[in-house]
Design a binder for this molecule. Structure first.
Ligand SMILES: C[S@@+](CC[C@H](N)C(=O)[O-])C[C@H]1O[C@@H](n2cnc3c(N)ncnc32)[C@H](O)[C@@H]1O
Length: 246
């Protein structure tokens, strides 16, 4: 049986294939802490934490951090780095469609498009799990692609960039019918060897997410156009949704 794509691409190739699109995580963490007004010592879960880019700086700031991810490889990288840097984080290998810890967290973070991998029913299940795992008044931050840009065709891009390990070709296509974006990344190393992976994710509109969050007992408090707190506009770089558990 073929394994679903999200179980295959998040491995040791990921940093090379996706790293060039990442922003400075230390800066992002500083922004997130500000956007959420996170009180010191708050308990935070990073859902789809990957190699701990945000979990580790958050823990360094004194937050009690749980990093959840399905990929052994990504968690392995996270564990190694946390050990090296003396960061104390609880790493949990679990599927976000199953992970629930009732009323445990002050905040839940889903960063760098770590939501929307599955079908609508399963994506909504993830939001339901988040609602259950947050304390009353707890906050969810979703950092996502901007669906309005996708619908306008602005997400359909193709670029090749020079990276330290070769040339990276990035191709994104937004399917208006399914409202899913497919991102293909192909790295050609100087010796001609190619590695590639493809990413397929449902891109929700603000209205769709508002409905989904509402059905799970949450309420959207604000939508930003980036983690910098820029206004959310049709052409905004990202859609950053902040919601509270009622
Ligand atoms: C786009 S990466 C982002 C990682 C991290 N948030 C970051 O900013 O570096 C998405 C992450 O979600 C994880 N993931 C994919 N499917 C998952 C699932 N079903 N349950 C939990 N994590 C999953 C992947 O292993 C990967 O680490």
């Amino acid at each position: 049986m073929t394994r679903p794509w999200w179980e295959t691409i998040f491995d040791e190739r990921y940093p090379e294939l996706f790293g060039p699109l990442e922003r400075d995580p230390e800066e992002e963490v500083a922004r997130i802490v500000g956007l959420l007004s996170l009180p010191s010592g708050a308990s935070v879960v990073d859902l789809g934490c990957g190699r701990g880019r945000h979990a580790i700086p958050l823990s360094r700031r004194g937050y009690r951090v749980t990093g959840v991810d399905l990929s052994d490889k990504m968690l392995g990288l996270a564990r190694e780095r946390a050990l090296r840097e003396g960061a104390s984080i609880e790493w949990v290998r679990e599927d976000m469609r199953k992970f629930v810890r009732r009323g445990a967290f002050d905040a839940c973070l889903s960063l760098f498009t770590s939501f929307g991998f599955f079908n609508d029913e399963e994506n909504e299940l993830v939001i339901g799990n988040v609602a259950k795992s947050l304390k009353e008044g707890g906050t969810l931050l979703l950092d996502l692609r901007n669906a309005q840009k996708g619908l306008a065709g602005e997400e359909d891009t193709e670029t090749t960039v020079a990276v330290p390990s070769g040339r990276l070709r990035l191709r994104v296509r937004f399917d208006r019918a399914t409202r899913r974006a497919r991102a293909e990344h192909e790295l050609t190393r100087p010796d001609g060897i190619r590695i590639s992976s493809a990413f397929d994710v449902r891109i929700y509109s603000e209205e769709e997410l508002t409905g989904m969050l509402c059905r799970s007992g949450m309420r959207v408090t604000v939508v930003h156009g980036s983690l910098d707190g820029a206004p959310f506009t049709p052409g905004a770089e990202r859609m950053v949704v902040i919601a509270k558990r009622l």
